[in-house]
Design a protein around this ligand. Structure first.
Ligand SMILES: Nc1ncnc2c1ncn2[C@@H]1O[C@H](COP(=O)(O)OP(=O)(O)OP(=O)(O)O)[C@@H](O)[C@H]1O
Ligand SMILES: [Mg+2]
Length: 308
């Protein structure tokens, strides 16, 4: 039965889509059956795998809004073990159209449950927001993988994301856990990159994957050729790093027999660590961004409660 992993960070441009495409392709290269779901109206995972976002006959939009079966909307890709559920720009309307629909936060989960047995991994590429689409991904997922860019403002939004995940755990999806944080666009020549890495490892401990995804021009070129990095240039540093990440993720997900409540406690400790970081940061301006009082998802969850 598939492990469902949401690749999520409401911050834009941190490497969610690059990680979604390449992690999926590395799993597929290891002969794991993979479904990549593009849940972002920007449709970058769709175009990054060589599909035209305006031409998909059926997309995740039809699945979410019209109950169209996932199995009939998936597209085969160049890699035999990798399938794609494409997005289209119409998806931008889904956030609004779903507002009046019953159980709107569990639409994706209901559909994914029907195809779980057909795959080993289902990877969801989320949009840079904490709206209804992302809420659907967190309700459907077993775990969340958070790409964090090794840059100024790396920590921005981490506390809010953690609070969101905890809210979903408490209210809708008790099984949701944080699979890990992957540091992206790492540049060892850059002091800031090294500082961000140290600080992330200090506060998130073993939740940060060992492998560092380097800033690598081949990774940014590959989507314009419609290929994952393992087909575009399997020997470059970007490819070997994503292969290592896939190996780490497989190790975690395949040996996952920890009692769930223990994981939950661990996540809470991490959240406290972040709060402490906000208060006692060595890089004040970079890290001392308080979590907003009003959580966007809290509002969405509250209104779900009222209507369902
Ligand atoms: N390791 C890397 N090395 C070099 N360029 C990278 C790397 N990872 C991502 N990029 C580039 O950075 C940009 C943002 O990456 P990506 O689209 O994966 O981020 P994202 O989090 O999905 O963005 P969004 O929030 O808009 O969905 C892209 O142009 C991508 O090609
Ligand atoms: Mg993206």
């Amino acid at each position: 039965m598939a492990q469902v992993i949401a690749i999520c960070n409401q911050k834009g441009g941190v490497g969610k889509t690059t990680t979604s495409i390449n992690l999926s392709a590395c799993f597929a290269g290891a002969e794991k059956r993979v479904l990549l779901i593009d849940l972002d109206p920007q449709s970058n995972a769709t175009t990054g795998l060589g599909f035209n976002k305006y031409e998909a006959e059926k997309s995740i939009y039809n699945v979410l809004v019209e109950d169209f079966p996932i199995a009939e909307a998936v597209q085969a890709t160049e890699m035999p073990y990798l399938s794609l559920l494409p997005a289209s720009p119409a998806l931008v309307g889904a956030e609004v159209e779903l507002v009046t629909v019953m159980s709107r936060e569990t639409r994706l989960k209901e559909q994914i449950d029907k195809v779980r047995d057909d795959y080993d991994y289902i990877i969801i590429d989320c949009a840079p927001s904490l709206g209804l689409l992302t809420l659907n991904s967190l309700c459907a997922a077993d775990s969340v993988l958070v790409p964090v860019q090794c840059e100024y403002f790396a920590m921005e939004g981490m506390a809010e994301l953690q609070k969101t995940i905890q809210l979903v755990q408490q209210r809708i999806n008790q099984n949701l856990s944080i699979l890990g944080i992957v540091l992206t666009m790492y540049d060892p020549r850059n002091n800031l990159s090294r500082q961000v890495q140290e600080s992330m490892r200090k506060y998130f401990n073993e939740k940060v994957f060992e492998v560092l995804i380097p800033r690598n021009v081949r990774l940014s070129e590959a989507p314009s050729h419609g290929k994952p990095i393992v087909l575009y240039d399997v020997e470059c540093k970007g490819a070997t790093s994503y292969i290592e990440l896939a190996q780490e993720v497989m190790k975690h997900t395949e040996a996952k027999d920890l009692p769930l409540h223990e994981e939950r406690e661990e996540d809470e400790v991490v959240a406290e660590g972040v709060e402490a970081e906000f208060q006692a940061s060595p890089f004040e301006t970079e890290l001392s961004i308080p979590a907003p009082e009003h959580n966007v998802l809290q509002g969405a969850l509250d209104s779900c409660d009222r209507t369902s």
